[in-house]
Ligand binder design. Structure first.
Ligand SMILES: Nc1ncnc2c1ncn2[C@@H]1O[C@H](COP(=O)(O)OP(=O)(O)O)[C@@H](O)[C@H]1O
Ligand SMILES: [Mg+2]
Length: 390
């Protein structure tokens, strides 16, 4: 099953284009499921009818659902949270590091990732060829993509799998004032279950043969700047982006008079987009009215994709890859638009921590490379190449 993640800054047209693409894909014969994981659900607004937490058919071969994330966060999670809360509360309060405590309790991105478990349910039915996901604005989608790392860190550092106990490492323990605490079995089991679910979802998201992100952008400076950063972050987290869709382009007849300056600015931003996103680009005009309802959205899909199938894999890429070069191994990471001074590469045993501005990713190194010295780290043409010695 193909998975398409529509993401972008708030208000750029993610929902409209996600639903439009779903409807368009169905006209190419695909059986399509549209899923909204944005807690501000608006599939219903775009379709002009109500869509709820139960799957509902909205057109031929198209079913839609607005996933209720909090609902999905089953009782297991409330047990974990209640226990963690006790744990933090029970420790000497003044020593609790607020940030650590918050990461423990909130797990930023958890809600959306949990909502994404719905992808597995859709896939398990065997009834759909395409799953289109209307994601939350990019910021929270990126937090979600970082979450498996946070969870893994948590598992590695706080979990003693053999003893089924939470363990707190010395430096962290000192910071938050926790000792070695045994979790009740059911809490431990719930946490393990959640962790496994999240790993499953992550495997789907990182499968570049079937999952693609689609960045929706408007030809406006602030939007372009943010989307450019998101593009690099998605790549850092291993998610392949196969297209950028520029929405709300002023049509020719609107570029005179009052809007002439807007049109000028827009041309400049379109050039920016062309040079910042070396991937297939699609365009949608600013329509004379909001595209609401199946007919209007199908028309939108037609104007964006023409006769092409919106579910196509428009470009194949693997944002993170290991390559053998003679007796050396090179790790390449696509980081479009990143600058040298914003990058940091920190080896940590069998992992590599890669930091890009305020985003970071822990990349597991294959056994053949773990522990080897890094000979060179180089950023060239948007690709970070890290060479491991023989
Ligand atoms: N190409 C377009 N022309 C005119 N209005 C649009 C276009 N694309 C989206 N809209 C309208 O813009 C608003 C925001 O779109 P929406 O798809 O909800 O954005 P997002 O999901 O990114 O917040 C909606 O009212 C929608 O109908
Ligand atoms: Mg939306």
């Amino acid at each position: 099953m193909r998975v398409l993640l529509y993401t972008g800054k708030g208000g750029v047209g993610k929902t409209s284009l996600a639903v439009a693409s779903a409807l368009g894909a169905a006209t190419h014969g695909h059986r399509v499921f549209v899923l909204s994981t944005d807690s501000a659900h608006s599939l219903g607004d775009a379709l002009g009818r109500s869509v709820g937490p139960e799957p509902i058919q909205v057109a031929d071969r198209v079913v839609a659902q607005e996933v209720a994330a909090l609902h999905e966060l089953d009782r297991g999670w409330s047990e974990i949270q209640a226990w963690l809360q006790e744990l933090v509360k029970g420790s000497s309060r003044e020593r609790v590091d607020a940030v650590v405590a918050e990461e423990l309790l909130v797990f930023p991105g958890l809600e959306e990732l949990v909502a994404l478990r719905a992808i597995r349910v859709v896939e398990a039915t065997g009834e759909y060829d395409v799953c289109v996901v209307d994601c939350a604005p990019t910021g929270s989608t990126l937090r979600m993509l970082r979450l498996p790392d946070v969870m893994r860190f948590f598992m590695d550092n706080f979990f003693d799998v053999k003893r089924k106990a939470f363990r707190v490492l010395k430096p962290v323990a000192d910071r938050i004032g926790l000792g070695h605490l045994v979790a009740p079995d059911k809490v431990f089991a719930a946490f393990e279950r959640l962790y496994e679910d999240i790993e499953d979802v992550r495997q789907i998201l990182l499968d570049t043969d079937r999952t693609s992100a689609r960045l929706v952008v408007n030809p406006a400076r602030v939007v372009v700047a943010e989307t450019r950063r998101s593009f690099a972050y998605l790549s850092l987290y291993g998610v392949a982006t196969d297209a950028v869709i520029v929405n709300r382009i002023l049509p020719d007849e609107a570029t005179r008079g009052y809007f002439a300056r807007w049109a000028d600015r827009e041309r400049h931003e379109l050039d920016e987009i062309a040079s910042s996103f070396p991937i297939p680009r699609f365009q949608a005009p600013l329509l004379p009215r909001e595209p609401i309802g199946v007919d209007a959205l199908l028309e939108l899909s037609q104007s964006v994709f023409g006769d092409r199938d919106p579910a196509e894999l428009f470009t194949r890429s693997r944002p993170i890859r290991f390559e053998k070069r003679g007796d050396r191994t090179v790790l390449e990471i696509d980081l479009p638009g990143a600058r040298k001074h914003e990058l940091e590469v920190i080896p940590r045993g069998d992992e590599l921590l890669v930091v890009v501005r305020d985003a970071q990713r822990r990349i597991s190194l294959p056994a053949s490379v773990a522990g080897r010295a890094i000979e060179e780290a180089r950023l060239s043409k948007g690709v970070l190449s890290i060479t491991f010695g023989p």
